[in-house]
Write a protein that binds this ligand. Structure first.
Ligand code: DGT
Ligand code: CA
Ligand code: CA
Ligand code: ZN
Length: 574
């Protein structure tokens, strides 16, 4: 097994190219690394399947040796050396919009820029605009970008938090004296952004547990250290994550967990319900006012039951209709209802793993079927499939499929809707494909009318089965292209086209608010990971969480269908 997957190796090669550029190495040397990265990108095989990388066209002896080093050790000496040689403050500048390796190289070599401060000074002294390839406009843009460079954002995205939460949990699992713990707050409710991580721990010895918590090595600073509450800031590279740890007795755990899961509005509504029956909720329990007795509960379910309610899932505790709805039994979509993933990529386009590896991983998740949906030819940067390659891939999928028992692989494609609204393949070809996804990856600046014309054209094509990530947003980074949601939902109904809830935590697109509307109108929704490597098939969890925030029920989610039902639906549409 290679220490890194193909995508990770490509990333290292590209990073080396950028660093060489900054260092001012000649362009032949730089482009050798880009060529090598491209050669791997173009090749359909996984890194294990490529027996001798140096034999590929575009990879020379030097780059071949580095790829081998990455396969064997997971690291490249050359990259470590470059990082060592270049000033520490220089590399973060790559995050400034409009600055790539070449430009930073110029700034470094000609103006001795080594960090944010020296860059700011060079801009203010109007030296930058005089460099070849820069100009006054660029200088202004850089200066503007430096304004809030390195400032801490108010809220962190769920995508940033998921891996951090996993890590902190793994550390808590090692701490002695914790009876049980849970991550509460906005993270537990599955919000798109969160301010901090709120951990609730039960223990008989808060002093000992507290000492072990503050000793965690990724803690950058302890903000507060009381008897039962510790506030810290974790640091992971340049990401700073605030976290609270609250320690309670085990019999208080359920009410404390409920209290700090929130939301505030939900808590207010629960307190009103309690008050109406002469009771008072606090984080320590429920006080019966008449007798001053404080009742505690083993679980949150018992707590809700006390108030005549079913268990209300954290995802819908937003102080809206959840209390009245959960007076009766009400079932939301659950992860175990999911029987398929209908959007994923392989090494045939920009994915890291082979068709077989994705199948294997999906079978291990207990799915019944999947669709393999690589990019179409328009998306050259993602090595989109030409007609010839698409046919070849689908031939291969059909062969693999014949050898599988109790599992079906649908042929598929994630086809671009081009800027002019036309589709990337002809109808005669689409007719042959089991599952056709259409999506927008270009022309984000167009007005809502043009965008809707593109979406409409795709949805009215009888072969198009689903619209992926319908708004193109990336949480915390870009709002996406403008979409008229009412019209989108209307079109989905009229053409019986599935709308996606893309489970990539950077996207969550459609959002919970919009899947709720879509369900209410009667549209079909699919929750898909859009995985580009098998590890991110795990994003199904946050996808389902988002679906639950949008109150989705099993029967409206296409991924819960049997293979037979999906097949019938797709056959009807050919
Ligand atoms: P965040 O951190 O801004 O993403 O959102 P939350 O909901 O995690 O808020 P946070 O961390 O301030 O507090 C966690 C929960 O604790 C919150 O949802 C409700 C509860 N809580 C905290 N402070 C108060 C308060 O002053 N009043 C009430 N009713 N509840 C509170
Ligand atoms: Ca919080
Ligand atoms: Ca907090
Ligand atoms: Zn995709």
């Amino acid at each position: 097994m290679s220490k890194l997957n193909k995508k990770e190796i490509i990333k290292v090669l590209e990073t080396i190219a950028v660093y060489l550029e900054i260092k001012g190495e000649n362009s032949f040397k730089v482009s050798a690394y880009r060529k090598a990265a491209n050669a791997l990108e173009r090749d359909e095989r996984t890194i294990e399947e490529i027996k001798d990388p140096a034999a590929l066209q575009g990879i020379g002896k030097g780059t071949g040796a580095i790829i081998q080093e990455l396969i064997d050790t997971g690291q490249a000496n050359l990259l470590s050396k470059l990082v060592e040689e270049l000033p520490d403050g220089l590399l973060p500048l790559l995050k400034v919009p409009n600055l790539g390796g070449k430009k930073i190289g110029k700034l470094y070599q000609e103006l001795q820029v080594v960090d944010v401060e020296t860059l700011r000074k060079a801009c203010e002294d109007k030296k930058v605009q005089k460099l070849a390839g820069f100009g006054e406009k660029t200088e202004e843009k850089i200066l503007a970008a430096l304004q809030d460079f390195g400032k801490r954002p108010e809220r962190l995205t769920i995508a940033q938090m998921i891996p951090v939460a996993e890590l902190v949990k793994s550390w808590l699992n090692e701490i002695e004296g914790i009876i049980r713990y849970e991550l509460a707050g906005s993270f537990r409710r599955g919000r798109e952004t969160v301010k901090d991580l709120d951990f609730i721990l039960s223990t008989d010895d808060p002093t000992a547990v507290g000492e072990q918590i503050v000793a965690i090595k990724n803690i950058k600073g302890v903000i507060g250290h009381g008897d039962t509450k510790i506030s810290v800031e974790f640091q992971f590279d340049d990401l700073i994550v605030p976290a609270d740890f609250r320690m309670v007795k085990d019999d208080e755990f359920a009410t404390t967990l409920h209290h700090f899961t929130g939301s505030k509005d939900h808590n207010v509504m629960m307190r009103q319900r309690a008050k109406a029956r002469g009771e008072k909720i606090s984080e320590y329990g429920v006080e019966i006012e008449e007798t001053e007795e404080v009742k505690t509960f083993e679980t949150e379910a018992d707590f809700f039951k006390h108030f005549g309610l079913q268990y209300i899932p954290p995802e819908v505790r937003e102080g809206k209709e959840e209390i009245s709805i959960f007076e009766k039994k009400h079932k939301l979509l659950e992860e175990e209802d999911i029987k398929s993933d209908l959007h994923m990529h392989t090494t045939w386009s920009d994915g890291a793993h082979s068709i077989e590896e994705m199948i294997e991983a999906c079978r291990n998740r207990g799915y019944n079927h999947i669709a393999i949906t690589d990019h179409s030819k328009f998306l050259k940067v993602a090595n989109g499939l030409t007609v010839e390659r698409l046919k070849r891939q689908h031939e291969e999928i059909r062969t693999i499929n014949e050898g599988l028992k109790n599992f079906t692989v649908f042929t598929g494609i994630e086809m671009d809707i081009l800027p002019d609204g036309s589709l990337d393949y002809e109808d005669e070809l689409l007719e042959q494909v089991d599952f056709v996804i259409a999506s927008i990856h270009s022309g984000f600046q167009q007005d809502v009318k043009t965008i809707m014309k593109r979406l409409k054209n795709a949805m009215e094509n009888p072969h198009v089965d689903m619209i992926a990530h319908p708004t193109g947003r990336v949480i915390g980074r870009r709002t996406g292209y403008p979409v008229d949601f009412e019209e989108l939902i209307e079109l989905a109904l009229k053409t019986d086209t599935i709308l996606e809830l893309n489970a990539n935590p950077n996207r969550l697109d459609l959002s919970a608010e919009w899947v709720k509307e879509a369900q209410a109108a009667g549209a079909k929704i699919a929750v898909n990971t859009d995985a580009h490597r098998y590890e991110t098939l795990d994003h199904m969890s946050i996808g389902v969480k988002t679906a639950r925030r949008g109150w989705l029920k099993k029967e409206n989610v296409v991924n819960t269908w049997s293979t037979k039902k999906l097949t019938e639906f797709l056959n009807k549409r050919r």
